[in-house]
Design a protein around this ligand. Structure first.
Ligand code: IPR
Ligand code: MG
Length: 146
């Protein structure tokens, strides 16, 4: 039936920038299981990208972010996953409201834990959409921070 046909969804993920480091966590229990990924998730009905970024980072890490900026968008088809899916992923950048804040693992069934990683020494394996960006030479750091 047409009403049950799979449709693309929108994900918003965030490069939370702390100096030359970004926040990554190893995903659990869903698409990209055991791959390092940015915090983020599904765009909800009526939300702006920025609102989604703030909400998802808070829900997953407990961190409050500000200065949210759009960076890029990619089209991602995951046919090899247990549940094939298709996501348009919005990549945003942000900084901490309070640089003394530490990330907490707020959703331990979805993530092994959050940590800061130097952009030039990223962990492996990276979740596909992020890995593709990295391999293309993309750099989320503000000019002068590379
Ligand atoms: P939630 O909303 O549970 O955080 O979803 P997610 O982290 O699986 O993100 C969905 C979009 C992904 C594929 C970038
Ligand atoms: Mg998520």
């Amino acid at each position: 039936m047409e009403g049950n046909a799979p449709v693309p969804r929108v994900g918003v993920v965030v490069f939370v920038i702390n100096g030359k480091s970004v926040l990554l966590g190893k995903r659990r229990g869903s698409i990209g299981d055991s791959y390092f990924a940015l915090p983020g998730g599904h765009l909800e009905f009526g939300e702006s990208f920025e609102e989604c970024a703030v909400r998802e980072v808070k829900e997953e890490t407990g961190l409050d972010i500000e200065k949210i900026e759009f960076l890029t968008v990619t089209n991602n088809v995951f046919l090899q996953e247990a549940k094939p899916s298709h996501y348009v992923i919005i990549f945003e950048r942000a900084v901490l409201k309070d640089t003394l804040q530490s990330p907490q693992n707020m959703e331990p069934t979805k993530c092994d834990g959050w940590d800061w990683y130097d952009w030039n020494h990223l962990p492996e394996p990276l979740f596909g959409p992020l890995e593709t960006l990295v391999k293309s030479g993309f750099n989320p750091l503000p000019l002068g921070e590379t």
